[in-house]
Write a protein that binds this ligand. Structure first.
Ligand code: MN
Length: 128
């Protein structure tokens, strides 16, 4: 079974890029375009990792992370925030909201997977 990554992202280009990188490496990607969709997908699929954009319409990433972490079914699922803010305090806020870590935008395709995999326990089985 390939590892499943849920990508919660409202930007089409970022969604395309992260999906491409992950699928190319053998991950199964689930896409959600806003927070509510993301929470629903997380609860029903229980992915191996959640990649969470912080800037989302309506419900922002902090709120989404809080909701996800409040669900005991998702207690073991790492949440990696993706943020373009480089301001002081964001890291603390991201971690306080329940995220395991964060990756800064713009995503660097050369280092993205290594960054992401450090938050997962084992590499994907469907590697190609
Ligand atoms: Mn966004």
């Amino acid at each position: 079974m390939p590892k499943r990554v849920l990508v919660i992202e409202d930007n089409e280009q970022n969604m395309y890029l992260t999906t491409f990188i992950l699928e190319n490496k053998g991950y199964e990607v689930l896409q959600a375009w806003d927070g509510r969709q993301g929470i629903e997908a997380a609860v029903s699929a229980v992915p191996d990792l959640i990649l969470l954009d912080i800037q989302l319409p309506e419900m922002d990433g902090y709120a989404v992370a809080g909701n996800l972490k409040a669900d005991p079914r998702l207690a073991e699922v790492p949440i990696v925030a993706v943020t373009s803010y480089a301001m002081a305090g964001d890291r603390e806020r991201i971690l306080a909201s329940g995220c395991t870590g964060y990756i800064e935008k713009p995503i660097n395709p050369a280092t993205f997977l290594a960054q992401l995999e450090q938050y997962m326990q084992t590499p994907p089985t469907g590697e190609r």
